[in-house]
Design a protein around this ligand. Structure first.
Ligand code: XMP
Length: 503
């Protein structure tokens, strides 16, 4: 299988680049400059952007083998400036800052064939090209007159000042495709299934006989990650499913479904201890703390019992993109709760087989690994579970009511074909009762709020305009089938200002 080696200088977009190449059907491998080495399958090299200037005292150089390797190179941003310096051109330090969307004029070059003469691209640089090296030509210029792209006269080396891998860059994918398939002549024979095989081999080699423990939440990421590790090390993986008494009906069936695929899962019923500790607690943050701490306690005991050295995490790329862990050299923006938290306190080494993948790629991979489609399509569910969907004190009675309400809501959405159009749907039990009539009698019942939102990764959200006949069907079913409920309301708040969850 031909490969494109991406040398990572710490750009926020490096994994996006690797992903674009995978979409083109070519395998791509990311490595840091200090360690990167080509194999006999490496047909192209991409030097990523990075936060540094080539003039920084600790500027990272390119690998010494690179220029003598004769492998085609594409330099992006910082990668371009490194190439300019190496080939005897000149980079001007911090004289212009082009940041954000910039118009660029494309000159005649095969890499731009079929593209408009002017395109909008994503720029993010302070240093700029002052002198183009000998045997190179300028092939694009920004509106401010700055060199935006160059090409070596033998057509083996290209360099862009802008980021072709970023979604906002018009026709960026076509430019990458041309480089990968025409300049590097890479064969487009890579498939997502190959990623699974490779990940299995890599994990097997690095884990040897070590034991791994993983918590299965019922979410897509942990299930896909566990499937890969199970394939790699079999019995040395122990998955644990902790029933904290705060799960929905649909979660409770998850371990059986995964067991049918051959995964070893231990189910632990810890519902009593969780509910006992939540007695009398109404503050949402307090609820989260109690649940998190109890989860660690239960899990830690299992890890010791099993003799685990490693902890499996279903971390995916969007979890790490904004943390320093995204790349060895990228600047830290913020840390993320999935990446920190549990392992730090547990003294276990981490194994994270999905770290490079985006959510839709994980779903795709899960499908190839044979995970049931309904598991792959599930809406996100928060770690503290129904506890943050029962406003006020969490009691066994209230959990039981909400479980039944949620089941009616979700099953109806699935039945009428609405579930897959929604990013997240759930119900919230309110701590108030309202007056109603049931039969001929005055009735004093709980109020439940239904929420459905569409969102991009949970950061912002807009309430889902649910068709009225569907709302009516759900509402009648809930009040008919769940005697404790007297009133159903629908939440029409966006995030911001509201959050997705009520607590
Ligand atoms: P909010 O309510 O913050 O939710 O708008 C955004 C997304 O995060 C989920 N969420 C959580 N997930 N632990 C989790 O694992 C939590 O404490 C938590 N709180 C919210 C929420 O379901 C939504 O998808």
């Amino acid at each position: 299988m031909d490969e494109i080696l991406v040398i990572d200088y710490g750009s926020q977009y490096t994994q996006l680049l690797a992903r674009k190449i995978r979409e083109i059907g070519v395998y791509s491998r990311v490595d840091i400059p200090q360690k990167a080495y080509p194999t006999n399958k490496t047909v192209g090299i991409i030097l990523s952007g990075g936060p540094q200037s080539v003039y920084s005292p600790d500027a990272i150089d390119m690998p010494i083998w690179l220029l003598s390797s004769k492998i085609p190179i594409l330099g992006i941003c910082y990668g371009m400036q490194l190439l300019i310096q190496k080939f005897g051109g000149k980079v001007l330090r911090g004289n212009v800052f082009e940041y954000g969307m910039t118009k660029v004029n494309l000159l005649e070059d095969p890499i731009f064939s079929g593209l408009p003469k002017t395109v909008k691209v994503w720029m993010s640089h302070g240093d700029s090209v002052e002198k183009i090296p000998k045997n190179f030509s300028e092939i694009a210029k920004s509106e401010a007159g700055i060199t935006a792209a160059i090409r070596s006269n033998n057509e083996k080396i290209y360099a862009f000042q802008f980021h072709p891998e970023v979604f906002h860059t018009e026709h960026g994918t076509e430019m990458i495709r041309y480089f990968v398939t025409q300049v590097c002549k890479a064969k487009q024979n890579w498939k997502m299934g190959d990623y699974a095989d490779l990940a299995v081999k890599k994990v097997r080699k690095s884990l040897g006989n070590s034991k791994v423990i993983g918590a299965i939440s019922g979410g897509v990421d942990s299930a896909v990650a566990a499937t890969i590790i199970a394939r790699a090390i079999g019995e040395n993986l122990q998955c644990v499913f902790i029933d904290n008494g705060l799960l929905r009906k649909e979660d409770e069936a998850v371990p059986e479904k995964l067991q049918m695929l051959g995964m070893k899962i231990k189910r632990i019923d810890a519902s009593e201890i969780f509910l006992e500790r939540l007695k009398g607690v109404t503050d949402p943050e307090q609820k989260r703390k109690i649940i998190g701490k109890t989860f660690i306690e239960v899990f830690e005991k299992e890890a010791k019992l099993f003799g685990a050295e490693y902890l499996l995490q279903g971390t995916i790329y969007s979890d790490v993109i904004e943390s320093a862990a995204a790349s060895t050299t990228s600047a830290k923006i913020k840390s993320h709760h999935n990446v920190g938290g549990l392992p730090e306190k547990m003294n276990l080494k981490l194994v994270e087989p999905l770290r490079e993948l985006f959510k839709d790629e994980v779903r795709n991979l899960g499908k190839l690994l044979g995970l049931p489609q309904e598991l792959l399509d599930r809406h996100p569910f928060p770690g503290p579970g129904l506890a943050v969907r029962i406003i006020g004190e969490v009691t066994k009675e209230r959990v039981d009511i909400l479980k039944r309400v949620d089941d009616v809501y979700i099953q109806t959405l699935k039945k009428v074909g609405e579930y897959l159009k929604i990013w997240q749907a759930f119900s919230v039990l309110l701590p108030i009762k309202s007056v109603g009539v049931k039969g001929d009698e005055r009735f004093y019942g709980y109020v439940v709020a239904l929420r459905a939102v569409n969102s991009s990764e949970g950061m912002t959200a807009s309430w889902y305009p649910m068709p009225h006949d569907i709302l009516r069907e759900i509402s009648s079913k809930i009040t008919d089938q769940i005697p404790e409920i007297g009133r159903v309301v629908y939440d029409v708040s966006d995030k911001p200002p509201a959050t997705i969850e009520w607590e």
